[in-house]
Ligand binder design. Structure first.
Ligand code: ADP
Length: 267
């Protein structure tokens, strides 16, 4: 089993990802796709007059402050436009894909965090009304049912809280939890960069290999949202996933290239 997470940043070539996935799927590989949608969500939120608000925690992690209205915009884009766009591409390529969010069948479950600590103008503030959380449980029953019936699952945040409330969760860490739960042999985290860069944005500074036991030591190279990918990679290898690869989804055969070792390989 291979879990492929494709991000939502500008420059990602979803046609290239889907074409590559479809070929591998038809060749008999067992695959699951998890996707993001942050770039498009930002655009739609601006257009709807509810611009995104990003907050930085005291420990330096950036996340989207998700009030109810933001959650609804988030769902429109992630579960609607992005998810159906990917499912349509795969269907056109002859793959029977099924798109679901983490709410459906409670695939992704976690605790609802209603408040977030954020640093604003040098001060730590507590913001309430947040619909976020972290995936703590993956309920694999529905996914296994789909796979055994020949469907390719295409999954996206949000997740379900233990009370059944929709929560915005990080897609990279959700994919990592999924890879652990399914005992996947590889987790690919594909984005609009060649991999983890030692000196971002210098693409020539690509880090080629990271020993599984040392992932956290590389957190310092990652800025803002890349930190979540490094954290996800650490969680996946600690949970028994043999390889995590940060790969480039901008062109070519993103899945095949990553599996052949292009990008940053954590193993
Ligand atoms: P996605 O939505 O595609 O999953 P994110 O935007 O969450 O991706 O994270 C990838 C982004 O992280 C890159 O586009 C880049 O701007 C940023 N980044 C920060 N530090 C690094 C780094 N050291 N190496 C690579 N990318 C980095």
């Amino acid at each position: 089993m291979i879990v492929v997470k494709v991000g939502g940043s500008a420059g990602i070539d979803y046609d290239a990802v889907c074409t590559d996935l479809a070929e591998r799927w038809k060749g008999g590989e067992r695959l699951i796709l998890v996707h993001g949608g942050s770039g498009e969500t930002n655009r739609v939120a601006e257009a709807l007059g509810h611009p995104p608000r990003f907050v930085t925690s005291p420990s330096g992690y950036t996340s989207r402050f998700t009030d109810r209205e933001t959650l609804e915009i988030f769902e429109m884009v992630y579960c609607g436009k992005m998810n159906k766009g990917i499912v349509e591409r795969l269907q056109r390529l002859g793959v029977n894909a099924v798109g679901l969010s983490g709410l459906d069948g409670r695939i992704f479950e976690g605790r609802h965090k209603d408040s977030v600590r954020a640093v604003e103008n040098g001060k730590v503030k507590v913001l309430r009304g947040d619909h976020t959380g972290t995936v703590e449980r993956v309920n694999t029953g529905l996914i296994e049912l789909l796979l055994s019936a020949g469907y390719l699952p295409v999954l996206t945040p949000p997740a379900a809280s233990y009370e059944g409330v929709a929560i915005n969760v990080d897609g990279d860490r959700a994919a990592a939890a999924l890879a652990v739960a399914l005992k996947a042999e590889a987790l690919l985290l594909l984005s609009n960069v060649p991999g983890l860069l030692r000196d971002y944005p210098d693409e020539a500074s690509l880090i080629r290999e990271i020993p599984a036991g040392e992932v956290e030591a590389y957190l310092g190279f990652a800025q803002d949202r890349m930190k979540k990918k490094v954290l996800g990679a650490a969680e996946a290898v600690q949970g028994g996933v043999l390889r995590v690869i940060f790969g480039d989804a901008r062109a070519g055969q993103p899945v095949t290239a990553a599996l052949m070792g292009a990008g940053t390989v954590v193993s």
